[in-house]
Unconditional design. Structure first.
Length: 552
């Protein structure tokens, strides 16, 4: 029998949830409401894959909402009941015995039960050139990257829901879209496929697989094959032109952590019983990582609720058996300052800030500890006048913001630009080039809050790692205002910069900085450039960025 004296209640959890998407967040809400202590681990961003979806219209009872707003509400609910959250990557599990251990890159965590809710990630097909051209012609998110292929040919690979729906969306940008389906027809519902089949800018090729893509500065060559006839087609873009390839081939489960520990099916999904229990006692699974006929937010939340209620019973049994009693969760109101993206995308074409926006902004600004100086570097382009108007109107909401326009600017400031300083003139290391509207409005406001203090909470170890960076680091975050993944990277980079004077983090709206797009051959966002040398694509959290910096 494991004695209670071997484990401090302060360092023991009832359940560790690995994965912060809808399934994990729902489970943490149910468990903490039932007075069980829960830690939720997430390696990238809380909310999961649905956060990149701009409009969720089929979640019961909510009408239309962004994926990010939906999951942020879930997180706040769980936090209010006492759930604890940590950005960390789970690296291993010890599940023998009544007390189990989850190893992470930020320390080990003991618990009585574990829920695996790691979800799934977009599947790579594996054709020649796919890996080499990710972010430079091969893309996986139409919302984020569609605009980079305005006026160009686009090839879509896939025949499911995503391929059908996103192909129609991509016609907003593309000269023409060709869908390459390996099967006889779409595998999604006929009603979903019909708009693609009837669209005059879409061509559909069935029984077709991609063999290779290539190109020097983007993609200019693709080879695909008809599996029925054996006919091979080679397409080359006109001289000096490029095209895009969007892959919508489903998802692969994130099960590397538990491979060899629990039973998986041939596709790598976790096999569970009807109560979400895996083949190992005390280890449950929920959400897209499991075998299921439908992968939607609503089914993930259902899995999470069911797994949580079963874990309640399991943990209660282990508590009685061992006498171990983790300390109960502490109900609290979330302290983190957030600005809802669903209702706070500033529109500079009409009223910049609505009454509702002003009210919530006043709430954020009232928590800021120090006054800030917003210094504008402008040129003669209309976008500069737009930036000046935007920042001036923002400053009118709070006396903690002062605006000044630089009389001169050199090329290093890359106007239009707003740089953030403390009132005494100390540079905070953060700046935005362009107008921080759209999805970047949230990141800009959080940047101000982090620069002024107290800032969004980060754990002590992460804080020490940031402060220990001695070399000068320049981070350029290249974004699109329509991208739902970009703000998280911007916020993370700027949070690091506000804690270390050796680090700069500057965001650029690529719509107004074509030279940077061409210099780094960017055809996907977000794109992080460190010290003008290391280029990385995709969303990242603070710890992943610290690791990138450390590897330079």
């Amino acid at each position: 029998m494991e004695s209670a004296k071997n484990y401090s209640p302060d360092n023991l959890y009832d359940v560790v949830v690995v994965g912060g998407g809808p399934a994990g967040l729902t489970a943490s809400l149910y468990l903490t409401r039932a007075k069980y202590r829960v830690l939720v681990l997430e390696k990238e961003q809380f909310g999961g894959q649905i956060t990149i979806t701009d409009e969720v219209v089929n979640y019961p009872g909510l009408g239309k909402i962004s994926g990010k707003a939906l999951t942020e509400t879930m997180r706040r609910q769980a936090e209010a009941f006492g759930a604890e959250f940590l950005l960390a990557e789970a690296t291993g599990l010890d599940i023998d015995g009544n007390v189990k251990t989850v190893h992470t890159n930020r320390g080990d965590h003991d618990c009585l039960g574990i829920l695996i809710a790691t979800g799934a990630h977009p599947r790579m097909i594996g054709f020649k050139g796919e890996e080499d051209h990710k972010g430079r012609g091969v893309a996986y998110c139409a919302t984020c990257d569609g605009e980079f292929f305005t006026g160009k040919e686009i090839f879509v690979i896939g025949g499911g829901y995503a391929a059908a729906e996103e192909s129609v969306f991509l016609t907003k940008f593309a000269r023409h879209v060709t869908i390459l389906i390996r099967d006889e027809d779409f595998t999604c519902a006929a009603s979903v496929a019909e708009p693609a089949k009837k669209h005059d800018k879409i061509t559909i090729l069935t029984n077709t697989i991609v063999e290779e893509v290539a190109g020097e500065n983007g993609l200019d060559y693709i080879r695909y094959k008809n599996t029925k006839t054996g006919e091979v087609t080679e397409y080359r873009a006109d001289a000096g032109d490029t095209f895009g390839v969007f892959v919508f081939a489903g998802y692969s489960p994130d099960t590397a952590l538990i491979k060899g520990i629990v039973e998986l099916n041939e596709q790598g999904y976790i096999i569970t019983d009807p109560a979400q229990k895996t083949s190992m006692d005390g280890l449950y699974a929920a959400g897209d990582v499991c075998i299921k006929p439908l992968r939607q937010v609503v089914t993930a939340t259902g899995d999470g609720a069911l797994a949580a209620t079963e874990l309640e019973k399991y943990v209660a049994t282990i508590q009685r058996k061992t006498g171990l009693r983790p300390k109960p969760p502490v109900a609290k109101e979330p302290k983190e300052v957030t600005v809802s993206e669903s209702s706070h995308q500033a529109d500079t074409s009409g009223e910049t800030f609505t009454a509702e926006m002003k009210e919530q902004l006043e709430g954020v600004f009232s928590k800021m500890e120090r006054r800030l100086l917003l210094k504008l570097f402008l040129d003669n382009r209309p976008i500069s006048a737009e930036l000046e108007s935007f920042i001036t109107k923002l400053s009118e909401i709070s006396d903690k913001l002062t605006v000044t326009v630089a009389e001169k600017h050199d090329s290093s400031n890359q106007a239009p630009c707003v740089r953030v300083y403390l009132e005494n003139g100390e540079d905070t290391g953060i700046a935005f080039h362009g107008v921080p509207g759209g999805h970047e409005f949230t990141s800009f406001i959080l940047g101000l809050y982090n620069a002024s203090g107290p800032g969004q909470k980060i754990d002590d170890q992460t804080y020490r790692e940031i402060r220990d960076i001695k070399n000068s680091v320049d981070m350029k975050v290249l974004v699109s205002l329509s991208c739902t993944m970009c703000p998280d990277l911007v916020v993370a980079c700027q949070r690091i910069a506000t804690e270390n004077p050796n680090i700069r983090a500057e965001a650029y709206d690529l719509q107004h900085f074509e030279e940077l797009k061409n210099k780094y051959n960017v055809m996907s966002v977000p794109c992080l450039v460190i010290n003008d040398d290391k280029v990385s694509f995709g969303k990242k959290n603070i710890n992943q960025i610290i690791d990138l910096i450390g590897n330079i």
